[in-house]
Write a new protein. Structure first.
Length: 147
């Protein structure tokens, strides 16, 4: 089956969101490292931040691969859960900006934009052509003709 337009739009929204997330990690690297160093239990765990960034990158790539290339319904729902968390991140970011508690307004704006793109990408997974991509809503007879 050819990739439907909704899945192509998913990719067009998903990758900028992922790249902005990586940019945000880079912008906040020193702050994150300082927070780890301030915790006596984590002060000597210098590998934690780069490893968690690498694992996050691998998860992002895996979600894209299994949605856009393998039509995995499980990956779709993992993306939806992450998008729901992103929606909470949007609200938190707006509150942080409005209340003046943001240490870096740029970093918060990057997070908000990334999460808006991430949520928008997730909505593409519920379009009719995307449902067909995932094999959802088909009768047993329909799924046999697609195979």
């Amino acid at each position: 089956m050819t990739k439907p337009p909704s899945i192509a739009r998913f990719e067009m929204l998903y990758w900028p969101a992922v790249v902005l997330g990586w940019l945000n990690s880079a912008l906040n690297w020193r702050t994150s490292q300082a927070a780890l160093d301030a915790n006596p239990m984590l002060a000597n765990v210098h590998w934690f931040l780069p490893v968690s960034a690498a694992v996050g990158a691998l998860i992002s790539i895996a979600i894209w691969f299994f949605i856009a290339r393998k039509a995995s319904v499980v990956a779709k729902w993992v993306q939806v859960v992450f998008a729901a968390l992103g929606a909470i991140g949007i609200l938190t970011g707006i509150y942080t900006l409005v209340s003046g508690k943001a240490p870096s307004a740029l970093a918060v704006v990057v997070v908000i934009v990334a999460n808006v793109l991430y949520v928008a990408a997730a909505t593409m997974l519920f379009k009719p052509d995307a449902k067909e991509w995932f094999g959802e809503g088909l009768d047993e007879d329909d799924s046999e003709t697609l195979a």
